[in-house]
Design a protein around this ligand. Structure first.
Ligand code: IMP
Length: 215
């Protein structure tokens, strides 16, 4: 696997593999995500095909990091389709909670995927640690781009902020209403979506991917 840390530890850095124009599988069954990625990559001559269109199975996310989960999804889709494939994995890391919920961010919302439950759970855990507990948090987005021969390039984007309580705003999704990005007055739940999309962990990861494999 290569990625932002390649070369650390004395290995000679390997050349980053460029993505050639053509079909790219988006290894996600979330149609909103597939559409967003298609819009971002369209100008580079990339024709996205969704995992659902190809009837690809959704693998279990058994990795212990965002990058590992993105990588296993991308590798499986590339292997089964014979095409390059892109997958992502993202979540909220709360520093005082040892970076939980992290890769379990969706699971903290329970089977009903209720993010009021997930946000309350985070808040309760912080309150248990006392009023002086730092409320720093960050979102991470890992992107993995895999080819059928097993080569992978990966990128990790991040946005830092603090957690507010009670939740503010009804825009966005997931943990957006409690996340106040550093230097901003509005939470991701209150912010104009275009502004969020320009400064988010996902935007950061995509900027890195475009600069490395497309430009
Ligand atoms: P996944 O990468 O689609 O599996 O998303 C994991 C979970 O992380 C989501 O269900 C959300 O709970 C959380 N998450 C990821 N990105 C964001 C974001 O931009 N805003 C709010 N929550 C997010």
């Amino acid at each position: 696997m290569t990625g932002p840390n390649e070369g650390i530890g004395g290995d000679a850095p390997q050349a980053i593999r460029k993505l050639q124009p053509g079909r790219l599988v988006i290894a996600s069954h979330n149609s909103g995500k597939v559409r967003e990625i298609a819009e971002l990559l369209g100008p580079y001559g990339i024709a996205p095909v969704s995992a659902a269109e190809l009837d690809l199975p959704e693998p279990e996310e058994t990795g212990t990091s965002f990058v590992a989960n993105a990588e296993l999804k991308a590798l499986q889709a590339a292997d089964l389709s014979g095409l390059p494939a892109l997958a992502d994995d993202s979540g909220l890391c709360v520093e005082a909670l040892g970076n939980e919920p992290g890769i379990f961010s969706a699971r903290w919302a329970g089977p009903a995927r209720d993010f009021n439950v997930a946000m309350s759970r985070v808040e309760r855990r912080l309150e248990q640690l006392g009023p002086e507990t730092p409320r720093d948090a960050h979102f991470i987005c890992a992107l993995a781009l895999a080819w059928p021969d097993g080569h992978v390039e990966w990128f990790e984007g991040r946005v830092d902020g603090t957690l507010v309580w009670p939740p503010r705003g009804t825009r966005g999704f997931g943990y957006d209403p409690v996340f106040l990005p550093n230097g901003e007055e509005r939470t991701f739940g209150e912010m104009d979506p275009a502004k969020k999309h320009g400064m988010s962990h996902r935007a950061d990861a995509f900027r890195q991917l475009v600069a490395a494999v497309l430009d």
